[in-house]
Design a binder for this molecule. Structure first.
Ligand code: MUC
Ligand code: MG
Length: 372
């Protein structure tokens, strides 16, 4: 008799960040995660996480909407259903609810975690099998202060934590941003790869000016310079400059990827389980990109350990990640709600061993940081 989904609990968990994290659309001092606990009739519990950035600043879902829409709409679709057929359950959620991809990603993660625990397999095993046990991880310098960012970068290099850095720009005047980025790249020289993420803040004319200057400064990758829906403009930038473009907000799933590929986009796609609605759809995008000759980058919405682990299981199944990953979310948080943190070392992180995600909760910490 196959196991049945019995209950789904959602918790809002607020964790402070180690320093303010400044992006073009918001400054984060705290990260809010929605933790899903899904109990099955055989006693197995699946864990999932749905996390975004800065309330409603980044995208159409907020932590509160993720929790509310799981509780009111998505959980009732799953409760009472046989737990083991992920394809049927994903189709059921897609047929009866629109959007809410972060909420769906949290639920898909919990389904995979539970199934893995039941079968004694890791989530990567369920997704076809891991090809890597250690994945490279970049760090985002986003204190807002050039000298602090340089100090932080040297510390991470000396600790052998990270050797690739992404700078968040777009909130300030273009010339100020270019000065900030060029100073950091000049200080780090050949010791580090430096990339920027504009988070949609520029129009095309500003992007042309900005990218020309950043290319001259030695920046290696330009992430999401234009608003998400401006696919034609993004392709023009990719064709115009030597420095590659990384599509992030522009490419949520394989449908977006197909549109960009059909328009002749070259460069790379940032994969995120949150924007695709879970690991399975994120890998569908990855496979389309591989077929189209577009590079891959394992992206984060700054999830905590559960969401980061789910992403790592997915990215570990891919052969090549041309631009590595940015799965550093837990390192931006002052504390954690899991029993054993992920192991970051040698410029990367170890894939947690299963079964499932291979992550257990620390119940005291979870209770402490859960919103009352
Ligand atoms: C994004 O847009 O890429 C990833 C790293 C970071 O600092 O912010 C995120 C989101
Ligand atoms: Mg981005």
């Amino acid at each position: 008799m196959s196991s049945v989904i019995e209950s789904i609990e959602t918790l809002l968990v607020d964790l402070p960040t180690i320093r303010p994290h400044k992006l073009s659309m918001t400054t984060m001092a705290c990260q809010t995660m929605v933790i899903v606990r899904m109990r099955h009739s055989d006693g197995v519990e699946g864990l999932g996480e749905g996390t975004t950035i800065g309330g409603l600043a980044y995208g159409p879902e907020s932590p509160e909407s993720i929790k509310r829409n799981i509780d009111a709409y998505l959980a009732p679709l799953l409760i009472g259903q046989p737990a083991d057929n992920l394809n049927v359950l994903r189709a059921r959620m897609a047929r009866h609810t629109r959007g809410n991809m972060i909420a769906k990603s949290a639920l898909e993660t919990a389904l995979l975690d539970a199934r893995g625990k039941r079968l004694g397999l890791s989530v990567a095993d369920l997704l076809g099998g891991a090809r890597h046990a250690h994945l490279p991880v970049l760090w985002t310098l986003a204190s807002g202060d050039t000298d602090k960012d340089i100090d932080e970068a040297f510390q991470r290099l000396d600790d052998r934590r990270h050797c690739d850095f992404k700078l968040k720009i777009g909130a300030r005047d273009l010339d100020e941003d270019v000065r900030h980025v060029a100073a950091i790249k000049a200080a780090l020289g050949e010791r580090a790869s430096v990339r920027v993420d504009v988070n949609q803040a520029w129009d095309e004319a500003t992007a042309v000016r900005g990218i020309a200057a950043l290319q001259d400064a030695g920046i290696e990758l330009i992430e999401q310079a234009l608003p998400a829906r401006e696919h034609a403009g993004l392709v023009r930038l990719a064709n115009r400059f030597r420095v590659p473009m990384l599509a992030d907000e522009a490419v949520a799933d394989a449908r977006d990827g197909l549109d960009l590929a059909a328009r002749g986009f070259s460069g790379a796609f940032a994969l995120k389980i949150a924007k695709s609605g879970g690991p399975v759809a994120a890998l569908e995008l990855a496979h389309l990109a591989q077929t189209a000759g577009i590079g891959l980058y394992g992206g984060t919405l700054l999830e905590g350990t559960l969401g980061t682990a789910a992403s790592l299981h997915a990215w570990s199944t891919l052969g090549e990640l041309a631009w590595g990953t940015e799965m550093f979310g837990p390192l931006l948080l002052e504390d954690d709600i899991v029993a054993e943190p992920l192991r970051y070392h040698e410029f990367g992180v170890d894939l947690p061993a299963g079964p499932g995600l291979g992550i257990a909760l620390d119940e005291d910490k979870l209770a402490h940081y859960s919103r009352k």
